[in-house]
Design a binder for this molecule. Structure first.
Ligand code: SF4
Ligand code: SF4
Length: 348
């Protein structure tokens, strides 16, 4: 046993979604399926805390694979960014108004409905989260993730229960939004909390943005980004490191130069094919050359990431299969976004 655990998240945080509760949102181990009120005193959590103190890598190499890999690739690792706050991570439902290409049915009801209509997913009873009886006394921050919080009545009701019980006066709300529907109801809810910290998910701009974040309109999102930032105490623009957008990084990255580099977060793609490793080396070098001419701290950061990425032919093959499958399913066409996709996808 060591004095400092491998990770502090299981001691300070929890991540609650319709699938269950776990220490953090990138935890890959099993989830706790009891009532949320029982999580903090559960045997499940005691076992995890024990493995954190004993650095039991037989367990942690699987459950904490994402942090371990990110650290190797010098990407953001939640494990290495501890804080003194008690944080409740909350995934209220999968209600969302978009069908982003890197998302899934657990996070978007539109993708869920699409899969049910195609017979890939069986119709099922929806599990709803419920925080209306949870004691938030010790918690400093509630983080809300998607679906899309600003588009869900269920989320509004759950957050109102925190406000009505008086917790919001002492809590910060941190939420992630796709910036498509910054509405009055959400504005009024968010403003009952002591502070607002917003993560705005944006992948590229214009045509590639609309291909990735399907159903969103770039012109509306662009306007909302500035309104949201103005109303928040802090914000981060989150960009997923994925081949679809980064193949065209030199065409859209300038838009992001107007924000301080500390407010831009670059995050690994999880769960679906299309990581940067799908980009063939010659194309990667061309992108790097174009980005070098921009001479900006964000483009330099991207250059660094691209230079540390090794091409994986298998990832490209999986990416092609995945993207063409989505195009066939949704009637979209990646080749209309830019000719570069014809070039790389015909290589496999
Ligand atoms: S090491 Fe990473 S995955 Fe594991 S609990 Fe900590 S933050 Fe979560
Ligand atoms: S906005 Fe977020 S939750 Fe909705 S489909 Fe896109 S990635 Fe998924």
């Amino acid at each position: 046993m060591k004095n400092i655990p491998f990770c502090l998240k299981p001691f300070n945080e929890l991540s609650y979604s319709t699938d269950g509760t776990r220490p953090c949102c990138i935890w890959e181990g099993e989830k706790f399926n009891g009532q949320i009120e029982e999580y903090n005193s559960s045997k499940y959590l005691k076992r995890i805390k024990k493995s954190m103190y004993s650095y039991d890598m037989n367990i942690l190499k699987n459950t904490c694979r994402n942090c371990i890999e990110n650290e190797k690739n010098r990407l953001y690792s939640p494990r290495l960014t501890p804080n003194n706050f008690k944080i409740f991570e909350y995934w209220p439902s999968n209600i969302c108004n978009l069908k982003c290409i890197m998302c899934n049915s657990s996070s978007s009801n539109l993708i869920e409905e699409e899969e049910i209509s195609l017979g890939i997913l069986k119709p099922h009873n929806k599990t709803l989260t419920d925080i209306t009886k949870f004691d938030f006394t010790d918690y400093n921050i509630i983080k809300i993730f998607g679906g899309e919080p600003t588009a869900s009545i269920h989320t509004f009701t759950q957050l109102k229960s925190i406000i009505d019980r008086g917790y919001a006066k002492n809590m910060k709300i941190a939420y992630t939004t796709n910036a498509t529907s910054y509405n009055k109801i959400w504005y009024n809810i968010a403003n009952q909390f002591v502070e607002r910290d917003v993560g705005i998910s944006v992948d590229g701009t214009g045509k590639v943005f609309e291909y990735i974040r399907q159903n969103a309109k770039w012109s509306a999102v662009e306007k909302n980004i500035f309104k949201i930032i103005e109303d928040a105490e802090d914000y981060k623009i989150s960009i997923v490191l994925q081949a679809t957008s980064f193949l065209l990084a030199d065409k859209w990255i300038d838009f992001f130069f107007q924000f301080p580099i500390k407010n831009i977060g670059l995050y690994q793609l999880y769960d679906v094919p299309g990581r940067l490793t799908a980009i063939p080396n010659d194309i990667k070098n061309t992108i790097v050359n174009r980005l070098e001419r921009k001479n900006n701290s964000l483009s330099n950061k991207v250059i660094d990431i691209l230079n540390n990425t090794t091409h994986d032919a298998e990832e490209l093959k999986k990416y092609k299969e995945y993207i063409l499958m989505l195009d066939a399913r949704r009637g979209t066409n990646i080749y209309n976004v830019d000719p570069i996709f014809q070039d790389i996808l015909t290589r496999v």
